[in-house]
Design a protein around this ligand. Sequence first.
Ligand SMILES: [Ca+2]
Ligand SMILES: [Ca+2]
Ligand SMILES: [Ca+2]
Ligand SMILES: [Ca+2]
Length: 365
Amino acid sequence: MVAAGELLARFRVRAAVVVWLLAAGSASAELVLGPERFVQANGADIVVPGYSVPSFVDWNNDGLKDLLVGQGGNYNSPAVRVYLNQGSPSEPVFSTYSYVKTSGGDPVGYVGHECSCAALGLYPRAVYWDGDARKDLLVGQLDGTVMIYRNVGTDAQPVFDDGTFLQALEGDQKVNIDVGDIAAPTVVDWDNDGLRDLLVGQEAGGLYWYPNAGSNTQPDFQEGVEIGVEGGGSFVVAHQQSTPVIMDLDGDGRKDLLTGNLPGQLLFYPNVGTDAAPLFGDYSQVEADGVPITVDAITGASPRSRPFVTDWNGDGLLDVLIGAGDGKIHLYQGVPDAATMALLAVGALGLLFRRRSSTLPRDRA
Ligand SMILES: [Ca+2]
Ligand SMILES: [Ca+2]
Ligand SMILES: [Ca+2]
Ligand SMILES: [Ca+2]
């Protein structure tokens, strides 16, 4: 039997440890990633022709997220592959792939758009574009244009139309959106007005916001606005080639920017503006297993990192997929940060706590 006083003393020690560890960990809420590995299919690393642009979405509605990969390089082989997940929510497994196709049977990206379809990595993102509950495909292209391929099949068996160039500006002034070269689009309500907007990265490193003045099912984009920086001027990602992922990564309630760049790094730009009017200042280089991430390219090419944030293995920790000039799918799984690890250890070491003095937590520091 244990006396009530002794129980209370134990509780106080453990509560103090928890508070101390939480305080110690509060400064590092960003991504904490483990070592690099490569996503495989049929037991071998996936390698697509040219540049890879991965994302992870349940393509066929079977409850398992699937791997969607844009490909293409040197003006060849622009296409979108889908690897259906044959594993489990905690352990994705892939074997073969198929190309995402139009209702005419052509792979999306090959036909109908002449040179504009060519790619240094066709940049696809699955989105629900027009409110018909069938997933559509948003595709950034080499020439800086952005296309929407509408799903004319079903949500579980997507098949697409021949694609439409997205346009901006008013009424009869509307022109195709063109950010220069290598468009990297994402859909986000940038200004928090309830309407999803288009944010597009590009080769020179800028970010363009196309405000939606229509609706969430019939977007109507206004003139592109260059994203700014703290103190004035235009945002340009360090070392060119912005590939934006927009989400609040440090938990301060303001959407942040995660982006790749030309030399294949992964950069985190915390939002120093507001959630409805983001501004970016200094960046930090995201690390994997304590080493700054730099993805590879085949000889003579530039890496051009293209990140996608997801929970790959369903453990509640964010993971990062990165596509690159080596055609591979780089995977960095989130690991508990030092504070969380220590908290877990507090639970696991409960027996120790009952026998040892309160100096243990400091020993563990
Ligand atoms: Ca699936
Ligand atoms: Ca908006
Ligand atoms: Ca933030
Ligand atoms: Ca995870």
